[in-house]
Design a protein. Structure first.
Length: 100
């Protein structure tokens, strides 16, 4: 039964876009789904759409250091220096609090 279920999911792995869409369809509440969608959109050059997806991801879970760092990278790529500094500072703050 599990092998059958796995085999049926193989088309989802066709490409990153298909995977991201499938993940969002199955779990729209997942911040990781929106994060993956943002990554895929950013990699394809659609920075505005990537920014929207990362914004949704952060609204669901705003304490993931890696998500915040990736948000900073995207903000820099979009020429948003203040936002990039904010996300970097927030990530450093969360990361520093965990190390204490």
């Amino acid at each position: 039964a599990f092998a059958w279920m796995s085999w049926m999911r193989v088309p989802v792995w066709k490409d990153n876009r298909t995977f991201a869409l499938s993940l969002l369809e199955a779990h729209p509440e997942s911040y990781r789904g929106h994060w993956v969608a943002g990554r895929v959109l950013g990699a394809s050059g659609n920075l505005a759409a990537a920014d929207r997806e990362l914004r949704v991801a952060r609204s669901i879970h705003d304490r993931d250091v890696s998500l915040l760092r990736e948000s900073a990278d995207l903000a820099r790529a979009m020429g948003q220096a203040d936002s990039a500094r904010y996300f970097t500072t927030r990530a450093d703050s969360i990361d520093g609090a965990r190390r204490k």
